[in-house]
Design a protein around this ligand. Structure first.
Ligand code: ZN
Length: 211
């Protein structure tokens, strides 16, 4: 298949990229600058694509970066306030939801897919996202899939929607994903904070693999 991967630069979407390449898909990537404080994840996306090409996974990978700055209502945005330091599925993480973001990203990816003659979009939402992020849940993705098929002739899939984070980390290791190149932390610092929900979830998942 010809698949546009929604690539954030994090562990989940990098693993999805590697998995689809290994399954023989032709891939292109779309990343979104939505005004996130951790905008450095966009650099990780570029590095990951260069690495995939360098590993001979695919000769060339188209990469589109779409800017949708101006969203509001989330601490993930550069002007959004303090990131709560708690577990990823803790209710305090509700403030990290970016209202509207995922629908916009999926629509942008579907439009990109249609424009380059690709037939589907892959999104790396995983089972652990469901507690806080309603727009990562299976029913939401199924509804977006219907809309994008009707409007753009492009399907939307989330192969990890029933996969827990530790299993994604296990797959990442098996697929030789360059895990050190991925960026997960919500804070906009040069090093990962180790305390935000995203860091805690990632660190636990990677520890479960190495342990
Ligand atoms: Zn962090």
């Amino acid at each position: 298949m010809k698949t546009v991967v929604l690539l954030s630069g994090g562990l989940d979407s990098a693993t999805l990229l590697w998995q689809l390449l290994d399954e023989g898909d032709e891939v292109a990537c779309l990343s979104v600058d939505y005004g996130q404080r951790h905008v450095r994840e966009l650099n990780s996306s570029r590095d990951l694509i260069d690495e995939a090409i360098g590993q001979g996974k695919q000769k060339y990978i188209a990469h589109k970066v779409v800017s949708v700055r101006g969203l509001g209502g989330s601490v993930l945005l550069a002007d959004g306030g303090k990131i709560p330091h708690a577990h990823y599925e803790d209710p305090s993480q509700q403030v990290t939801v970016v209202p509207g973001r995922n629908l916009i990203m999926l629509a942008a990816a579907a439009g990109f897919a249609q424009s380059i003659g690709f037939d589907r979009v892959a999104f790396a939402a995983h089972a652990g996202d469901h507690a806080i992020y309603k727009d990562c849940r299976i029913d939401f993705i199924a509804a977006v899939d219907i809309a994008c098929r009707l409007g753009y002739g492009v399907s939307v899939v989330a192969p990890f929607s029933r996969v827990i984070k530790s299993d994604i980390a296990r797959r990442a290791v098996l697929l030789n994903v360059p895990i050190d190149m991925t960026w997960t932390c919500y804070e906009g610092r040069s090093e990962s904070c180790g305390k935000c929900g995203a860091c805690i979830e990632r660190d636990e998942a990677l520890a479960s693999v190495s342990g």
